[in-house]
Design a protein around this ligand. Structure first.
Ligand code: 5GP
Ligand code: MG
Length: 228
């Protein structure tokens, strides 16, 4: 899987290839008990551990070449980007500092819209810095676009963005990430930092989670759905 820029024809073809070669894994293989999966749930691996590592290595090389040895402030959007961030920074050879921004969408029980909350308490001073902003997935794009606006207010010298995954057909903003590792079809995915109800972030691969994998649940008065 080559690293490709947003929107290329090659990328779209690869996205279709992904859909064709979903691999199934029986969750018992991973030997964990999940209270949010039905007993016969079988998650399908969309991107394997080795594919992810190869994609991140290519991204690291590309970022390293573009930075020309300049120090980089890598800012991860919490919580989904933490695994991506941890692996990517170990591929970078220039001086690197790390910062975090928390983004969460609150969805009330009776509303359909999700309100985005940003917490910049762990964002270091970005003034005059070369900043690389990371998120796990570009879905509607609202989160990344809002965090870009927030970081720009701090006057960085330059700002680039990278996402591990980019979903096709759901974008609601004009902002385009500078780098993406993988394009995926419109499925809800978990693993490698991405969660469902705060679970599955630790899976070393990206897997799809389908409605039939989940028992219908209401927890503490809130109905959990796939967009949180
Ligand atoms: P956006 O603002 O681009 O719609 O969504 C970005 C955020 O929504 C991501 O950082 C992630 O937290 C969440 N999200 C979007 N799609 C998925 C998905 O397929 N799986 C998971 N686990 N989270 C997702
Ligand atoms: Mg997120």
């Amino acid at each position: 899987m080559q690293l490709t820029k947003t929107g290329s024809a090659v990328w779209q073809r690869r996205s279709r290839d992904f859909a064709r070669r979903f691999r199934k894994v029986d969750r018992s293989f991973h030997n964990f008990h999940s209270p949010t999966l039905t007993d016969d749930a079988i998650m399908q691996v969309l991107i394997s551990e080795s594919e992810i590592h190869a994609g991140i290595a290519r991204l690291g090389k590309r970022i390293h070449a573009a930075a020309q040895g300049q120090p980089l402030l890598v800012v991860g959007i919490m919580t989904g980007s933490v695994v991506f961030l941890a692996d990517l920074i170990r591929r970078l050879e220039m001086p690197v500092r790390v910062g975090l921004v928390q983004a969460s969408s609150y969805r009330g029980a009776t509303t359909t819209g999700a309100e985005l909350h940003l917490n910049a308490a762990w964002l270091p001073d970005v003034a005059g810095q070369d900043v690389l902003l990371l998120d796990d997935i570009f879905d509607t794009g609202r989160t990344l676009s809002a965090v870009v606006d927030l970081v720009k207010q701090g006057n960085p010298r330059c700002l680039q963005t990278a996402v591990l995954l980019r979903k096709t057909g759901r974008q609601q903003v004009t902002y385009e990430p500078d780098h993406s590792c993988f394009e995926i079809p419109d499925h809800f995915v978990v693993g490698y930092g991405l969660d469902y109800n705060d679970e599955y972030r630790h899976l070393p691969y990206i897997a799809t989670l389908e409605p039939h994998d989940l028992p219908s649940r209401t927890v503490e008065g809130k109905r959990y759905d796939f967009r949180n």
